[in-house]
Design a protein around this ligand. Structure first.
Ligand code: M6R
Length: 361
């Protein structure tokens, strides 16, 4: 049932090009977006997005997308805080709940709090028969297929893809996209599964670096803009399965505290495609190197050419349109965690103390 792979997690990482291609084929038909008919954003004034763990990081990425392409304000919260904070829900707010299992207790409770208060409740779920799918006004399936590994991988990239399609729909409904721009986004999305396939080829390199990372006590992950949530996701994944302490920070926050941790024993993983904010990230990276920090820079050829010198290790990613970078950079985050856990000999698919579906708070 592991299809020749050693672990479900490895199988699920490898399945991503196929499941993403399917999700994109379903979400785009005849060159236009194909989302549920009642998903019309023209009167929506705000989104409230709520989730836990990895699904929460998918929401944080989506906030960057919705705000940038659709000009729609987005508030994001973890479900365990949201449900007891009971925040006021303004008119014309849509409440969006993202959950692989569709059964996470805190996310479901947050959804129930919003029933009758939000203009619409949208569930972005993998399990179509789940409570969250059933109790949503609109259930948007992510179609990742069954995910067995406790560490979420393909569900995360499929959540991101569904949310990217939603953000484009919002931009279209709100008159923020020309036909040519939409066509370009759709063409970029169609090329994504091929890029993910290419990104998977970094596995042998990652496996070599992972043997060294496995010696570390603490690891920092840095990212900027929509790569900031990927830094948090990379750190979460690593903690979950390798039990190494890791933290994800927005690159610009480094000098507000975490830089005090830097010495020759703390590897710093920098997720930084050569995008508009690259220079800023490079200057944060240099601050780490000036303190003898070990930087692992994950970037594309252009980024590494510009800033790879002096890094402890580098990994070359395919170049990718900015909009889709957070989906592609999930791959190195997953592979780093996986291979570090393998190097440490931990139980990758069933890490200690964790359950696949957290149905109690
Ligand atoms: O089923 P859900 O998406 O609601 O689960 C949310 C989190 O429990 C889940 O993403 C968790 O953080 C994973 N173990 C991450 O790998």
């Amino acid at each position: 049932e592991k299809g020749g792979f050693k672990h479900f997690m490895a199988k699920e990482i490898a399945e991503q090009p196929v499941v993403l291609a399917e999700a994109i084929q379903r979400g785009v038909a005849n060159g236009t977006l194909n989302l549920p008919e009642d998903m019309d954003f023209s009167k929506v004034e705000r989104l409230t997005m709520v989730a836990c763990g990895t699904a929460y990081y998918a929401c944080v990425v989506a906030k960057y997308w919705f705000e940038k392409v659709a000009g729609l304000p987005v508030e994001v919260d973890v479900a365990s805080e949201f449900r007891y904070r009971e925040p006021p829900i303004t008119p014309n707010t849509w409440a969006v709940f993202v959950s692989q299992s569709g059964e996470t207790a805190d996310t479901l409770a947050a959804l129930r709090f919003c029933q009758g208060k939000a203009a619409k409740i949208v569930g972005v779920v993998n399990v179509p028969t789940s409570s969250i799918a059933r109790e949503s006004d609109i259930a948007l399936p992510i179609r990742a297929g069954v995910e067995v590994g406790v560490a979420s991988t393909k569900a995360f990239t499929c959540q991101l893809t569904a949310l990217a399609l939603m953000a484009l729909k919002a931009a279209q409904d709100r008159g923020r996209l020309t036909a040519a721009e939409l066509a370009q986004y759709i063409a970029d999305l169609s090329a994504l599964p091929g890029l993910v396939n290419q990104a998977l080829l970094i596995a042998p390199e990652v496996s070599r670096v992972a043997k060294e990372l496995a010696e570390a006590q603490d690891i920092l992950f840095l990212g900027r803009g929509p790569l900031f949530p990927l830094a948090m996701e990379g750190a979460l994944k690593l903690k979950e399965i390798s039990y190494i302490h890791a933290e994800g920070y927005a690159s610009g926050e480094l000098k507000h505290g975490p830089i005090a941790l830097i010495d020759a024993h703390v590897p710093v993983v920098v997720l930084a495609p050569r995008d508009a904010l690259f220079e800023k990230t490079v200057s944060n990276m240099q601050e780490v190197m000036a303190r003898h920090g070990k930087v692992l820079l994950i970037s594309d050829a252009a980024g590494l050419e510009e800033a790879g010198m002096g890094c402890w290790r580098t990994i070359t990613m395919p170049s990718v349109p900015d909009f889709l970078a957070p989906i592609l950079y999930a791959v190195p985050a997953q592979l780093l965690a996986y291979h570090t856990a393998i190097a440490k000999g931990t139980d990758v698919d069933q890490p200690r103390n964790l359950a696949k579906s957290v149905t109690v708070e």
